[in-house]
Design a protein around this ligand. Structure first.
Ligand SMILES: C[S@@+](CC[C@H](N)C(=O)[O-])C[C@H]1O[C@@H](n2cnc3c(N)ncnc32)[C@H](O)[C@@H]1O
Length: 278
């Protein structure tokens, strides 16, 4: 009973009013990062979603963001992920009652098997940092969005730039033995750094980026809830987030509109044939 009350205090957030209607155990059981349902809600606030739109949820993990978007906005979502297979996600999609609107598939982000302009929007939650730091990637991804359509991502990122050395307090081991800063954290960028990459892509326009108010606190609370419930799969990062208090680490949201123009698709396997070297 005490644990339930503590969990509710950590997870029932007025900042995410739609997410409040989702079962806490379901969110904890299917987590792969800082609560995909909260992040999907925050991202969706910056989007213009209409019933019947076609969305790609890229790097959807256990598809809880896809289920949230389908339920809340009555959109059709292709829930695409590399590590989590479609069989696993399909069970969850059916149980959530959105089998008509969520289509799970295994997909690598550089091999998207859809027609150009197929999607009204592409969203990505806590995944874009794994493949999107390549300056060529946005141009490739935007190919699958119709002109005027939307691209929007939430990533963990930096609140201020860092030099060649990570902040010492993020390298310091936590009581559970793990350090927050691992080598892969070099894919964490500031909003400015993301925007300067996106600005160089002629296939998108109307760019914007912002940071989640108190993002570190929400992330820490979710980590605490995972600790408390014993449902954490990875070592908790709560202590490090608490130590940092949003000085360096937080959550970023980036948004763009697909322009009328599209540049070359450099990931197209047929490109060699087009230039006569296949
Ligand atoms: C930290 S998990 C987040 C999953 C989910 N969006 C969430 O927030 O719970 C990152 C996800 O990115 C996916 N991913 C990483 N690299 C990928 C790639 N190259 N193509 C497709 N998905 C990728 C992984 O399969 C993984 O599920």
């Amino acid at each position: 009973m005490k644990e339930k009350t503590e969990l509710t205090a950590l997870l029932d957030k007025p900042e995410f009013p739609r997410s409040r209607h989702y079962d806490h155990d379901w969110m904890l059981d299917n987590q792969m990062g800082p609560n995909a349902v909260w992040l999907a809600e925050w991202l969706s606030n910056s989007l213009d979603l209409k019933p019947g739109m076609r969305l790609l949820d890229l790097g959807c993990g256990r598809a809880i963001s896809s289920i949230f978007l389908a339920r809340e906005y009555n959109v059709a979502v292709w829930a695409a992920d590399l590590w989590i297979g479609p069989d696993n996600n399909w069970q969850r999609v059916q149980a959530a009652g959105v089998a008509e609107r969520v289509i799970p598939l295994r997909m690598e982000a550089h091999a998207i098997p859809f027609a150009a302009g197929f999607f009204d929007a592409v969203v990505s939650i806590d995944a874009y940092q794994y493949f999107g730091t390549d300056v060529l990637y946005l141009s490739y991804l935007s190919r699958f969005v119709r002109p005027g359509g939307q691209l929007a991502v939430v990533v963990p990122g930096l609140m201020q730039p860092i030099s060649d050395d990570p902040p010492p307090h993020l390298l310091q081991p936590q009581a559970n033995g793990s350090c927050f800063w691992e080598n892969d954290c070099w894919s964490f960028l500031t909003a400015y750094e993301w925007l300067s990459r996106w600005r160089r892509c002629a296939a998108v326009c109307e760019l914007s980026a912002d940071t989640m108010p108190e993002g570190w606190r929400h992330w820490r609370d979710f980590e605490r809830a995972l600790e408390l419930s014993g449902k954490g799969v990875f070592p908790s990062a709560a202590e490090a987030l608490d130590r940092d208090r949003g000085a360096y680490i937080g959550l970023l949201r980036l948004r763009a509109q697909k322009a009328e123009t599209q540049s070359e698709n450099l990931y197209d396997p047929g490109l060699g044939a087009q230039v006569g070297i296949d």
